[in-house]
Every structure is written in structure tokens, then in C-alpha cells.
Design a protein around this ligand. Sequence first.
Ligand code: G3I
Ligand code: 9MR
Ligand code: ZN
Length: 527
Amino acid sequence: MGNILVNEIGYRPSDSKIAVYRGDNAGEYAVINQDGKVVLSGEIVNCVDDEGASERDYSIDFSDVKEEGKYKVVVGDESSEEFVITDDVYNKVLVDSIRFFYLQRCGMKLTEQYAGLFAHEECHTSKARIYGTETFIDVNGGWHDAGDYGKYVVPAAVTVADLLLAIKKDESFLSIDLNIPKKTSLPDILEEIKYELDWMLKMQDKETGKVYHKVTCASFCGFFMPEEEKEELIICPFSLTATADFAACMAMAAGVYEEYDKEYAKSLLDAAIKAYPQASTIQTEDGFHNPEGVNTGVYEDKIEIDELYWAAAQMYDATGDEQYRSDFEKIANDYKLHGYGWEDVGTFGNLAYINTKYPVNEDLKDLIMASMVEKADELLEKCENNGYGISFDKDSYIWGSNYYVAENGSHLYDAYKLTGDEKYLKAAKEHMHYLLGKNPCNVCFVTGEGSNRIMNPHHRPSSAVKAPMPGMLSGGPNSGLMDPDAVADCTGNPPAKCFTDKLLSYSTNEVTIYWNSALILLMAQVL
Ligand code: G3I
Ligand code: 9MR
Ligand code: ZN
């Protein structure tokens, strides 16, 4: 079985609903409700040869089924997993995926009342050594990055940016009850984001304004709770990417927090103003590399112009200062930049520039908007050759492929906003459905959700308590086979099926804060 793939969580009544049937004998399909009654049937027609999955895929459009209830799609004697149609079908996955950030908190005790199984003592509270010196400083707080307990500024900045964009898109996020302990009167989600911003502020050198790249132990630790990682914390050198991303993120956050706490917003903007001019002065060959003796995540990035571009745009949007505008426009005249990722952040810059309340060069703005639509058109073309309707070809399944699925969905959504053309929105939605179960792996990639669940994410707390923390987006198929379990389980698989739900498969089954935030942003956009 497992040859009829759907969003395992389900659909809202008005959503378009497309199941995939993979096989050679198409024939008839039927949609059956919980009473065993056929509510829709028909002939399967369209088919695509999907290179990434090495399958012939047929799509079954059952959008006409709108009544609330539980359903299955069947073809011959094959059946999909059961799914639900109802209005609030995505509420739980949304809340759990945001609560994940609270559960990733470092530097404080998480009590059972709020964290349940994932309660832990305070962790990583000792002062951290600035690499190569005898100086120790306080960099407590923030979110653990991923399945490891490191804290890295670059991914932190894009995570915060995604979450702030999600809030800007859908103000109802501000009233979501996250069941977290409150210290301020901020909406829950802003209080949670503040926890990360406060940590990021500590990663800035107060004297120079430059920003340290990361704080981790020398190596990744074993599979225990965070308070058991007791090795020395090491702060790695400043980097251009951390400093520019920091400036961008702080400037963006200042605009959002302004409405709630003027003083806090000012401290964010001041930090951004101090960081910004420093970023481009940090010269390293090919970006940041781990210094000798440090073996944790690198977030290496050879192309740093997009980080400067994002920072300039965001600084201009926050201040209206012509210098930032001219910095941005100089780069924009030479490069077309895109990207919602930790590596490529151009789209964040584009959005800041095209939406700012301050004057812009209208011709340049038009060019940027046109290039955003052009990017979406390229993605749309790929969707047509993909059996699951996502913008992936056989080479797209890299480390964290699910991140790129979510990001591409956001690019498509942007084109919908810019053109009003529904075809982009429709395609963007399929990217969400893919992540939630309509995919060649036949699994719901968010923990705690769906019928075919991820049970063994590469995530230390989940391993320690022997239960997957809910609401985490797994990295997904990676045809690079970059860990021993991926090699053992996926050799010979088509790219789209190079995924294994094993604890030690960090190259296919890890989780991170920025993969979650990308999913959250996509949900804010398409739902
Ligand atoms: O960009 C290239 C692409 O051009 C090429 O076709 C493809 C072929 O493999 O590779 C692409 O690069 C990959 C890159 O991710 C894409 O972003 C690299 O191979 C791959 O090694 C790299 O993986 C990164 C991984 O760290 C290893 O460095 C992931 O993006 C990144 O999310 C991940 O981050 C880790 C942190 O270091 C530590 N904490 C956990 C976190 C998640 O796994
Ligand atoms: O747990 C680590 C994970 O967060 C990283 O993304 C990954 C790649 O850098 O590495 C993981 O740690 C593994 C290490 O690289 C190799 N030895 C086994 C470690 C745990 O699986
Ligand atoms: Zn910690």
C-alpha cells in the first residue's frame, strides 16, 4: 500500500485537494467518507513521469469534496491514509510548530507545566570563552539551533525574519495562545521571539558593534538533555554574515516591537545601526570557517553580497536614511538577488525595499518585482514536471530539502501577491501539502502529525526522553547520502526517496529552528 498520497492532516473545505496515485494502471478513483459511502468518483487522467521520485504519478483532484468529515481516496484495492476535512484542521500543527521555539529555549529551566515531557534544568549558563582569548562573557539564552545545542547567529536571524514576516502577513498570529510562561505583556509569539533577540544582542561586541558567528562547545555532544552538555562554551570569531544578518534582523524587529515597547525597539535599532557599518569591514577568505579545534556547524557562505543587500534594505526601511538606500541600490543595480534561506537572503531584502514607506527608485522597484515573478515562473515550470506539484527536479533533494520546499512555496506566494494570479497561490499550497504527507516518502514530515509519523528525529531532547518533540519539520530527502544511516538505508533510492527516519540520520532527519520558521511562514501565506 502507500501508493495514494495525500496531506495526512487534511484540508479545509474550500482548499483545492489533489491526491497523487503512483502506479501503472490508473483506472478509477473514489473518495470514501467515514460511513464507507462514495462521495466522489471518476476516471484518473493526468500523469507525469517524475524524475526525482522515479515514478509515474497521476493526480486526483477531489476539491469538490467540501463537507466536514473523515475521508480516504481509493484506487482499486489501494487506499490513502485517512484524513480530515474541517475548517480548523491546521490549528494544532501551527501551534505546535511555534511552540517548538519555546521548547528549544536555552539558558533557563523549562518546567513540566509548560514543557511537559521536554522539561529540563537550566542549561549552558556558564560564561563562554571568546575563542583564542582568556575572556569569558555571558551569552545565555536564545534557542538551541537544531538537533544539536549550538547557537548560531546566521540561522537565528533568518528564523526571526521568517516569524516576523509571518506575523506581518497574518495578524491573527498575535493572538495565538502558546502556553508559555509570560514575563511581559507582549503577545505570546512576540515574547517568544524576544527570547531569541535578547540572546542575539549578547552576541554583539559592545565596543565595535561586530557580531560573533556562534557559540557552541568544541564538538557535538551525546544524546542527552541540554543541561548535561557541560563542556566549555566557545564563542567563534565575528563574521560578515552574522553581522549583516544581525543588523537586518534587528532593524526589522525594531519596526515590529515599536508598537509595544518603544524603549526595547530603540535598543534593537541602536544595535543594528552599530552593526551595519561593521559588516563589510570583516574580511575573511570565502566567509566564515571553523577555527582550529571547533567542529560544530559552520554555516559557511562564500557569497556575502546578499547579506549586505538585506541589511541595507532593512536599515533603510527602519530609518529612511539615504545612505542605506544608496548602499542597497548600488548592489541592486549589479545583482538580482533572491532567497529566503540562511545562505541566500536576497528575498528578505527585496521585500523590505518594495514595501517600504520611504521613497524608492520606482524603476528599480519594478525590476525587482519583475525578477521575483520571473523566479516564481521558473519554479512553476518545474512544478509541471513534478508528480507532486512541487518545484523540484531530481537535483533538488539536498540537505534540508524540506526547507527549500517551504521557501519555494513562499517565492510562489510572493508572485501571487505581486500579480494577483491564482496559479502561483495554488502551486504554493501544494508545497505545504507535500510537507504534510503528499510526498514520495509517504510520510508527514512534521513530528506528531499525520498517520505515517516521524518517530526518530535527529534531535537530542527527543532522543533523551524517547519521544519525538511535536511540531518539528524534518529535513527530508537528501540524495547526497551524507551520514552512515542514509548510506545504509537509501543507497540506490531515487533522490526523492533518500530519507530515513533514523535518529542518527542527521543529513535527512534532523530538525532546525529555520526549517520550522519557513514552514510557519508558508502556512501564514497560503492558509
Ligand atoms: O548548495 C549546494 C548545491 O549547489 C549542491 O548541488 C548540493 C549538492 O549536495 O549541495 C548544496 O550544498 C549543501 C548545502 O547544505 C545547501 O544548503 C551542502 O552539500 C550541504 O552539506 C549543506 O548542509 C548544511 C549542513 O549544515 C552541513 O553543513 C545544511 O544546509 C545546514 O542546514 C546544516 O546545518 C546544521 C548546522 O551546521 C548544525 N546544526 C544543525 C543544522 C541542521 O542540520
Ligand atoms: O548532531 C550533529 C548535527 O546537529 C549536525 O547537523 C551534523 C552535521 O554537522 O552532525 C551531527 O553530529 C554528528 C557528527 O557530525 C558526526 N558524528 C556523529 C554526530 C551525531 O550523529
Ligand atoms: Zn542550552
